[in-house]
Write a protein that binds this ligand. Sequence first.
Ligand SMILES: [Mg+2]
Length: 157
Amino acid sequence: MLILLDIDGVMVPANSWKKPEFHDDGFPLFSVKSVRALQKIISETNAKVLLTTSHKSKYSLPKWRNIFKSRGISVNGIALLTKNDENLNRKDEILNWYQSKHKSNEHFVIIDDDKLLNSLPDSIKDYLVLTSSSVGLTDELADNAISILKQGKFDYA
Ligand SMILES: [Mg+2]
């Protein structure tokens, strides 16, 4: 199982009126609520994280693992979406992944605050959990993500 995870507006709520607070590692702190919610999804599903955030190519995988670890999240596995050299929007990046990298029997959920993802084809949109940018990932949305991951719509048998 895979969590296609965005960070800004998901783990780091966007407050236009407030500067983000940074951890010693130079990356913004995650919201406490979002940390709890993401950890719940990981604990209940054993899903791995596939980072879709625009920050993905800034750091190596070990550095990303540390960024999550020092914010209280133990990831089972972490990977990065292909570097966005063509400056695609998030929707096209995810469509590309779905068409070229997604294994047909692998359950996934997309957690993102980019409203453009509402225009994904219905067959993919079923796996979208859209957050509010200023709130980020919540416990309730975590439950939605868990049920999407467990539903296993790709079990055709
Ligand atoms: Mg975002």
